[in-house]
Structures are given as structure tokens and as C-alpha cells.
Design a protein around this ligand. Structure first.
Ligand SMILES: O=C(O)c1ccc(O)c(O)c1
Ligand SMILES: [Mg+2]
Length: 611
């Protein structure tokens, strides 16, 4: 199906918006009147620009407060419409959107509305233009799609049809099944947007919080299935009013938008993408740093041993149990900028995983970072983190891996590393429990959609966590057995520093022993205020002994219906810190209740040490 995007969904000048839509592979655009009014280009120049970019002008919009108004007002509206139709002819647009009236002058009179819309359509027809009537969720008298359709049907004019907008339909809680009663050729346009639940005032909700399908809580794919059953052949067009997208760079937003539509089209069966290959574990996490000493000291105190060095590059492999951390001192990172740059994901079919990522517009990275390296498929996540698909011997994971051809065996990435003499690693840490990756503030929804759509991970509900100087949002994406857990986080605003920290959480069977071991080896744990433990004593039935131990080590505690979670934190180096976590009895969360205390403690340490 053809795809389209409303210029209101992207930031920048009209030219920037058109360029971004074209580069991301859209077939057409809805041009918003304000974008045209503000553009220095003539309508003919805009038309030519669209043609050069391979974009059709699918819709011009909006016209407002047209129907069911007093006669003299309607006469003025027709004069205004004639102007717009002339403009549309110059622009090469053949469909205009008319929103249901919000004017206090409008009468609650369907017959009058139908008569006015038929007369408008009659005028439009002279210009070869079609009128698509859309019910705004806050329309004065017409606020549901079925009401708008009844009026269009009553008007009975061939140049008049309806425009369906998933936001207005789903925000009102209307049943989209009724869409199937509309003949497909009378659906002149389809606008798609998702939005977070729960509802707020519907106008504010629509104008500021729409998002691309798959990023909110609506069943947009379900709605599209109903529309497709009508025989609708027009484009799937994204119309997303969103404060963040208005500020973010248009290029990446347009790519995010296209990816959202591709995932939606796959769900409704109109796009054929390579099936997801869900990762089965975390092979490694890679830090880049120039502060080798503090990083080595931290890893050493945590019980990791430096077991191997890359044959040709300044990259060390540190290992303990199944937890592997690469420390890369190669790239030109500024001092103090220690960060998590790459993640190795174990994949039963790495090439297929990379093909899906590529089909979903993820930048594919060169397979070899150097000629002598083992070839590894890798793509970049929206935040720039490099994701490597590391081959693993195929093992059946029922229900998770859609069957696909086995791929020829590949050398293990570890073959690039030469063992070095080392003492024994500790046995406290078993594996990486989760990674917390902070996203640039305007890419949070995109990141969740990326991990879900590209990697086939499940996205959990997002949680808001209070920080002393802002708010942190966090959303976990996981595979079904929890062997891959990534917590995506974002600060509330651009430049929010707490939102920039990243961490590696290490799974242990005994967090108390692991914390003691770390301290005995010279490591410093994040101190937690006494008030926290007074509160913990009040909330949970813990022994004095337990509480004393937690207090001494800075161990935080949580419980869910499945089990118990105990965790503590190291100090931060650059942007990165480590967490030691013990999950008992199938606890599923990440200790979000404790995050405000942890964030405050990190602020306090930073205020004292400056780092
Ligand atoms: O918020 C609005 O006014 C508005 C305008 C045009 C649309 O297509 C729409 O869905 C909303
Ligand atoms: Mg709309």
C-alpha cells in the first residue's frame, strides 16, 4: 500500500519536512495549511519540489467550521473554499480535508450539514477535487466517525467522502468494527496515529500526545484491518501531533515513522518482512573509555578477570561466569566519557536478524571492523548503540523462534581474542541481568518501537521515576525467558544529566556476599540514606539482622507477587555504573520503587566528588 505522512508530524521548514519524508521512503504527504503559509515557495514550486522528491500531495488540510452554519456564514465559507480549491489546483492536491465544525454558530442539524457539504463538494468537483469529511473527537455536534459517515451518506455527492482518523475513533472508545459498513470507495482518506493511555482532555491529548502506531496504547492495526475489509485503496497516512516530534530533527523522525508503518503493515498482512529473530542472551557489553584505570579497578573489584585481548585492537575481554565486558580504549572518546557503546546479542540466526533490522531501516554496520575480524552482523540502534548479532549454536526455543533456515556456522567472536595470563575470576557474578541504556530525550518512543519491532522483544509498561531534579521515564524490553533484558530510560528534558547515565546490572545468587567481596577488594558501593531503611522496616517484615546488613552495604529491597529483589550499586565512572542484583522466586521488575532513592544518592555523591 502507498504510505503518506502529514507535514505536521515532522519538525522544521516545509522543505526539511518534505526532504525527510522522501528520504525515509514515504510515497506522499498531507500538506498542512500552516506549513504552506509559512513556506517561502509558491504552490507551483512546492508541487515541483514534491515531484522531484517522488512525493504525491495526497491531502491538503484542514478546512474548518464549514457546515451547518447560518446562511450568510456559509456563503462566506464557499468563497473561502473557492480560494483554497484554486490554491490546491496549483499545488497538485486533489483531496481536501474538512474537520467537523467546532464553531458555536454551528447548528445541531444533520440535514443542514449534509446540504452544506454537498454544495461544497459540488464546487470542489468543478476543480477536480474531492472533499473528505472527518469527525474531530471534540467536534461541536459531530464527534464520532459513524455520525460523520451518516451525514456523508445523506449528502449523497460523489465528490464527498469521509476521512477516518484512528485517533478520533479510538480516543472516543468507538467500536472500529462499524467501519466495515462504509463502502471502501467512500473512505477518501485514512489517518493513523497512536496515543498513550490513559486519556486526558481529548483536545490536549490529540494536539500534544499523539505518537506513531505501535508507540502508544491504541489497537491501530485492528482498526486498519477493518478499513482494509471495506476495499479502501488509499494511502496509510500518519498524522501525528506531538510536541517532541515538533522539536526533534525531521530526518530521524521520518525514519521512525516509516518503521512504525512497516511494523503495522506486517501486522495487517500487507508487508512481507523477514521474521523477527529474537535474541537468546547477552553475549557481551562493550565499554569505550580512556579512563582504563578506574574501569579496570571497578571490574577487578567486582571479581572479573581480564582473560583475553583482541588480536589487533586495544580491546580487553573481562569475564566472570557468563558475564562478559569488553573494554575498548581505541575510539576517540573524550576523557571522562566512559560509556556503553555496543551490545553483543546472542542470536540463533544472525544474518536473518540483520536482514530484518535492515528491512526496518536500521543502519547496517560493516560486518568486519577490521579485515582479520570474524564477520559479525551488526546494526545501530536509534541511540547509536551498536548491536552485534553473535552466532550461537541453534537450540530450539519453542514458541519464540519462527522456523527459518539454519545459517552456516560462523567463527565465534571470541576467536578474535587472544587469551592472556590471568588469575581466577570470582564466582559471585553469573551473567548480565540487564542493561540500562539511556536514550536521547526525543527518541524514547522510537527506541521502544525499535527494540520491539526489530528485535522481537516484548515492551513492558513505561514507569515514571522521580529524580531530585526531574523525572526519569523507563521502559523495559525483554525476551520471553528474561535472558535479554534492556531497560530504556530517558530524562525529562534535553540535557538532563541523570538521564544520561547507563548501567550494567550483574546477576548474582548472593548479593550480600557479592557486595562484601566487592568492598573487600577496594570497591565503593553507593551509600543509601538511613531513612530508606527506616521506611523499609515499616513496609516489610525483615529481621533486625537483615536490615543491619542492608544498611551496612547499601542494599535496596523490593518484592513483587513473584519474588524478592535485592540490589546495590557501584560508583559511576564517566556515564557508567554497575549494579549487583539478586532475583529470587521469579521477581520480574527492576526495583523501580527504589530508583528515586538511588538517583538522589547518585546526585549526592556527584555533588561531593564531582563525578
Ligand atoms: O487538531 C486539529 O484541529 C486537527 C486538524 C486536522 C486533523 O486531521 C485532525 O485530526 C485534527
Ligand atoms: Mg486527522
Amino acid at each position: 500500500m502507498r504510505t503518506s505522512i502529514a507535514t505536521v508530524s515532522l519538525s522544521g521548514s516545509l522543505t526539511e519536512k518534505l526532504t525527510a519524508a522522501s528520504r525515509a521512503g514515504f510515497d506522499g504527504v498531507e500538506i498542512f495549511e500552516n506549513d504552506l503559509l509559512a513556506a517561502p515557495l509558491t504552490p507551483e514550486e512546492i508541487r515541483a519540489r514534491c515531484a522531484d522528491l517522488g512525493l504525491r500531495v495526497d491531502l491538503y488540510q484542514p478546512m474548518r467550521d464549514i457546515e451547518a452554519v447560518p446562511a450568510e456564514e456559509f456563503a462566506r465559507n464557499l468563497r473561502r473554499a473557492r480560494h483554497k480549491f484554486e490554491l490546491m489546483r496549483r499545488l497538485g492536491a486533489d483531496t481536501v480535508l474538512v474537520c467537523s465544525s467546532v464553531s458555536p454558530l454551528a447548528a445541531d442539524d444533520d440535514a443542514l450539514a449534509a446540504e452544506h457539504l454537498a454544495r461544497l463538494a459540488g464546487l470542489a468537483e468543478e476543480f477536480g477535487i474531492r472533499v473528505a469529511y472527518e469527525a474531530l473527537a471534540w467536534g461541536r455536534h459531530v464527534d464520532t466517525y459513524d455520525h460523520a459517515w451518516r451525514i456523508v451518506e445523506a449528502a449523497g455527492h460523489p465528490a464527498l467522502g469521509t476521512c477516518l482518523d484512528s485517533f478520533h475513533i479510538l480516543s472516543r472508545g468507538s467500536d472500529p468494527k462499524g467501519i466495515e459498513d462504509i463502502p471502501g470507495e467512500k473512505i477518501f482518506f485514512l489517518q493513523l496515529a497512536d496515543a498513550p493511555l490513559p486519556a486526558m482532555d481529548v483536545l490536549q491529548w490529540s494536539r500534544h500526545h499523539r505518537c506513531f502506531p505501535g508507540q502508544g496504547g491504541f489497537d491501530v492495526a485492528g482498526l486498519v484491518r477493518h478499513v482494509l475489509r471495506t476495499g479502501y485503496t488509499g494511502p496509510l497516512s500518519l498524522e501525528v501531533f506531538n510536541d517532541v516530534f515538533r522539536q526533534a530533527e525531521a530526518g530521524p523522525t521520518a525514519v521512525d515513522a516509516r518503521r512504525s508503518l512497516l511494523v503495522l503493515q506486517e501486522a495487517v498482512g500487507t508487508a512481507d518482512l523477514p521474521a523477527p529473530v529474537v535474541p537468546t542472551g547477552i553475549a557481551f557489553a562493550e565499554l569505550v573509555t580512556h579512563d582504563t584505570e578506574p574501569v579496570s579497578a571497578l571490574l577487578g573489584a567486582l571479581g572479573f578477570a581480564r582473560t583475553a585481548r583482541h588480536r589487533t585492537k586495544p580491546v580487553d575481554l573481562w569475564q566472570q561466569g557468563e558475564a562478559r565486558v569488553l573494554v575498548n580504549t581505541g575510539p576517540a572518546v573524550p576523557r571522562g566519557a566512559t560509556g556503553l557503546a555496543a551490545v553483543g546479542l546472542r542470536s540463533p540466526r544472525p544474518s536473518a536478524a540483520a536482514r530484518r533490522a535492515e528491512a526496518l531501516l536500521a543502519p547496517v554496520l560493516p560486518r568486519r571492523r577490521a579485515p582479520e575480524d570474524a564477520p559479525l552482523d551488526a546494526v545501530a540502534a536509534p541511540d547509536g548503540t551498536e548491536l552485534f548479532f553473535c552466532p550461537e549454536p541453534a537450540r530450539p526455543a519453542p514458541g519464540e523462534q519462527p522456523g527459518g533456515p539454519a545459517e552456516p556456522p560462523r567463527p565465534d567472536w571470541r576467536a578474535d581474542f587472544e587469551p592472556v595470563a590471568h588469575g581466577p575470576a570470582a564466582t559471585a557474578v553469573r551473567r548480565i541481568d540487564h542493561l540500562a541504556l539511556t536514550q536521547p530525550w526525543h527518541h524514547f518512543d522510537e527506541a521502544a518501537l525499535f527494540h520491539r519491532g526489530v528485535l522481537g522483544l516484548h515492551a513492558q509498561e513505561s514507569v515514571d521515576v522521580a529524580d531530585p531534579y526531574g523525572l526519569l521515564r523507563s521502559r523495559a524490553v525483554t525476551n520471553s525467558d528474561g535472558s535479554v533484558r534492556i531497560a530504556l530510560a530517558v530524562g525529562a528534558a534535553p540535557g538532563d544529566d541523570t538521564g544520561r547515565a547507563q548501567h550494567i546490572a550483574l546477576a548474582t545468587d548472593d548479593v550480600i556476599a557479592a557486595a562484601r567481596r566487592f568492598r573487600a577488594a577496594g570497591g565503593r558501593l553507593l551509600p543509601v540514606p538511613a531513612n530508606y531503611y527506616d521506611d523499609l522496616a515499616a513496609r516489610h517484615d525483615l529481621t533486625e539482622e537483615e536490615l543491619r546488613t542492608y544498611r551496612e552495604l547499601g542494599i535496596l529491597y523490593d518484592r513483587d507477587p513473584h519474588g524478592v529483589f535485592r540490589h546495590c550499586y557501584t560508583r559511576t565512572v564517566g556515564r557508567v555504573f554497575f549494579e549487583l542484583v539478586q532475583r529470587d522466586g521469579g521477581y520480574r521488575g527492576y526495583g523501580a520503587v527504589n530508583a528515586p532513592v538511588r538517583l538522589a544518592a547518585q546526585h549526592a555523591v556527584r555533588a561531593v566528588t564531582g563525578g
